[in-house]
Design a protein around this ligand. Structure first.
Ligand code: UDX
Length: 428
């Protein structure tokens, strides 16, 4: 089928590429001409395992192309996906102006029947507004609006998209159901067809529930510390119950990224607007903020004064396997250490280029081991697997004092203590 994806950011690019991979003919649109040219030349603006190969393969096969022209994309495609950013605003709501702008642009170019699909994460009732907008700017437009939320995780986006747990399709009329099912039939995943509003709610409710799981385990970790229990054993014991599940019960310094913090505040906000005070989610946010503070408190308690202390930081991305530093708790923690006068050396396998402008005071080093040089402490802040196999024993020798704070419970406490570290982690 001929498909257009408007917005070649994270979601748009990965979705378009995977649609092409299963045989659809996809045109990805972006208003950033530089990005369009980069993509046409096979340069991928984000780090996402497996993506570059797939883009090159599908461009070469003639199934994937890039353009800045919405007019061309609308003319060529039966289904047009909107995958533009929905950034947070200071009051917690989301800025829907990009979605609205694209709806208007699409509207004026619609001549025959078209299905307009919202892929961006949006508050419930946005689809209704998109339909109204298109009708306002093109009263004769023959359209259906669909909500088809994306559940991909950064770092495993291609895999999540190619092997999804479920596909959610929220339709405003049955006419759109057939083509939407056809698009997804090669993915061999359960397809759930709902009304428009339910599909939009599934996305916000799912992400908020995952964040709730993380805050829950982080709160339990604090009780483990106070009682001498071990959070890993507790999470394993809880997670063995199929009704609970072990996933997203990993304690740490709190959740970050471009989705959870934004989606939670947007969900709280839209619930408020609909007359429902979602107090539970406000507590989820509060626990997440506390988690960062509890970690910093441990560092202060050990180092006492932070001024002029040399601190080595491992990890700046908001989680492992990505170069994304948006709403990264690691960045927040480093900023606070700088405010308190610490001298920071940092290393991240992929995120240093994106972190540099945010942390101009930080010396980024080329090798992870170098963060240990004359350090008063090392802080591990991102769950990169490769940090498990660093030459820790040798690194300890390079430090001024062997304090190691593991904000992700990534390392083995017994092993680290055997190497001579004063090792602190979370809830164990
Ligand atoms: C999330 C959702 O998982 C995905 O379905 C949605 O489409 C977009 O938002 P993403 O933001 O890429 O994906 O990352 P995710 O793997 O969910 O992690 C989010 C944050 O939670 C990270 O900061 C991570 O470090 C943290 N986390 C995750 C934990 O602290 N503990 C866990 O057990 C899991």
């Amino acid at each position: 089928m001929n498909l257009a994806i408007v917005g070649s950011g994270y979601v748009g690019l990965v979705t378009g590429t995977c649609f092409a991979e299963v045989g659809h003919r996809v045109v990805c649109v972006d208003n950033d001409l530089k990005k369009v040219h980069q993509l046409q030349d096979g340069q991928i603006p984000i780090y996402e395992p497996g993506l570059e190969e797939l883009v090159k393969k599908n461009v070469a096969a003639g199934r994937l192309s890039f353009t800045a022209s919405i007019e061309h994309a609308v003319a060529e495609s039966l289904v047009i996906f909107i995958a533009v950013p929905t950034p947070p605003q200071p009051d917690g709501s989301v800025d829907l102006s990009f979605v609205e702008g694209v709806a208007r642009e699409i509207a004026v170019h619609i001549k025959d029947y078209r299905i307009v699909v919202d892929k961006s994460t949006v508050p419930v009732k946005t689809g209704e507004k998109v339909a109204q907008t298109i009708k306002r700017y093109n009263p004769g437009a023959d359209i259906d609006v669909v909500s088809n939320p994306e559940f991909l995780r950064e770092g495993s986006a291609v895999e999540d998209l190619m092997k999804p747990d479920r596909i959610v399709i929220g339709v405003s009329s049955d006419r759109a159901t057939g083509p939407m099912k056809e698009i997804y039939s090669p993915f061999n995943a359960p397809i759930m067809v709902t009304d428009l509003n339910s599909a939009e709610l599934i996305k916000h409710a799912s992400n908020s529930f995952l964040a709730l799981k993380i805050s829950y385990i982080n709160a339990v970790a604090a009780i483990c510390e106070a009682s001498g229990a071990n959070i890993e054993r507790v999470a394993d014991g809880m997670g063995a119950d199929k009704r609970i599940g072990r996933a997203f019960l990993n304690t740490g310094i709190g959740y970050g990224g471009s989705c959870f913090p934004k989606d939670l505040s947007a969900f709280i906000r839209i619930s408020d607007e609909l007359g429902c005070d979602f107090r539970l989610l406000k507590e989820v946010e509060a626990i997440n903020r506390d988690q960062k503070e509890r970690f910093l408190k441990k560092v202060r308690e050990s180092l006492w004064v932070l001024r002029h202390k040399k601190i080595g930081v491992l990890g700046l991305a908001f989680k492992g396997n990505t170069d994304d530093v948006r709403s990264s708790v690691a960045i927040d923690i480093v900023r606070q250490l700088i405010v308190e006068g610490a001298d920071i050396r940092a290393y991240d396998p992929k995120a240093m280029d994106k972190a540099r402008p945010l942390l101009p005071e930080v010396k980024m080093v080329a090798q992870a081991e170098e963060v240990a040089d004359s350090a008063d402490a090392i802080l591990l802040l991102t769950e990169w697997n490769e940090f498990k196999s660093l030459p820790w024993q040798a690194m300890k020798k390079r430090m001024l004092s062997p304090l190691l704070f593991d904000g992700r419970n990534l390392l083995n406490p017994e092993e680290m203590r055997a190497f001579g570290f004063t090792y602190t982690s979370i809830g164990r």
